[in-house]
Design a protein around this ligand. Structure first.
Ligand code: PLP
Length: 322
């Protein structure tokens, strides 16, 4: 049996990161509240440092390195935001960082990662195994591998976002959280069960890659090919050995959202709330909208997980819609 982290670990992470992570704002919208007939609270992790909640897990993990680990450095693989999170955390802590990124990663994410001073190594996301390349680099150079989601320090760092939300707005009736490999959802699940135990907690993944939903419903981790979706932060192929058991125990259901729904939400966020949210960041809102008839009179949380999207891509996604 693997030992699963607990809410105490999330609370400890919260102390560790508070010197550097933003306590992001919680926003509300009268338009949304009227549309839903509910009170909806948006936790704005698109306004977190480097533009996504992943700074929380990255900084928490690297803060725990021993002096030797700090000297040799960190390596990670990522489709973007985790890369930036590790790169920025490494820079803040003076740790050398090597980042494996798909060669077709969004330009803004690649540029930002290099801008933080990390050494970027690219691979082909459709043909190569990033986890294996990462492990090889770690072994060869004595680096510490910090994976994007299946690590206790990473997932507990991510859970601090939900802890802050509950501490600010009190218990909720329903909470919608984007899902890729499950670091964010499992960490938020630990916080939810501790601070708002009766809340209905939903993970939301792209329709094109519903491995999480199938895993949740069948009880064993389903592996899929890299899904083709605009939600590039949730193109994961499977849940993790740590994230899955927590999700299975503490989450109420896994829902999906289509690319079209994500674009509608991005447009809404930009025009009505003046918020830039990346496609993956809209997963929670998209699912909440689909369920709104069942949310009347409730207190609802929606986690906006990130805002890193190239402006050219943002414009073309929104332009294609009208
Ligand atoms: C990584 C990421 C997710 C998914 O997080 P997991 O911990 O992999 O489930 C969701 N949204 C954004 C913006 C991300 O960068």
């Amino acid at each position: 049996m693997i030992k699963l982290p607990t809410f105490d670990d999330v609370a400890a992470a919260s102390e560790r990161i508070k010197c550097q992570a933003h306590k992001t704002p919680v926003m509300t919208s009268r338009t949304v509240d009227e549309e839903f007939g509910a009170k909806v609270f948006f936790k704005c992790e698109n306004l977190q440092r480097m533009g996504a909640f992943k700074f929380r897990g990255g900084f928490n993990s690297l803060s725990r390195f021993s002096p030797e680990q700090r000297k040799t450095g960190v390596v990670t693989f990522s489709s973007g935001n985790h890369a930036q999170a590790v790169a920025l955390s490494a820079k803040l802590l003076g740790i050398p960082a090597t980042i494996l990124m798909p060669h077709d990663a969004p330009t803004a994410k690649m540029a930002a990662t290099k801008g933080y001073g990390a050494n970027v190594v690219t691979y082909d996301r459709y043909t190569e195994d990033r986890e294996q390349i990462g492990r090889e680099l770690a072994e060869k150079h004595g680096l510490t591998l910090i994976p994007p989601y299946d690590h206790p320090d990473v997932l507990c760092g991510q859970g601090t976002a939900a802890k802050e939300l509950f501490e600010e707005v009190g218990p909720l009736d329903a909470f919608f959280v984007p899902l890729g490999g499950g670091g964010l959802l499992s960490g938020c699940a630990l916080a939810t069960r501790a601070l708002s135990p009766d809340c209905q907690l939903y993970g939301v993944e792209p329709e094109a890659g519903n491995d999480g939903q199938r895993s949740f419903r069948t009880g064993s981790i389903v592996h899929i090919d890299t899904p083709k979706t605009i939600a590039d932060g949730a193109q994961t192929q499977h849940l993790g050995n740590l994230t899955f058991p927590i999700i299975r125990r503490d989450v109420d259901d896994i829902l999906t959202a289509s690319d079209t729904e994500l674009v509608d939400c991005m447009a809404f966020m930009a025009t009505r709330m003046k918020l830039v949210v990346e496609p993956t960041g809209c997963l929670g809102f998209a699912a909440a909208r689909n369920m709104k008839a069942g949310l009347k009179g409730k207190h609802v949380g929606v986690l906006l997980s990130g805002g890193n999207v190239d402006m050219a891509r943002f414009a073309s996604l929104l332009g294609a819609q009208s």
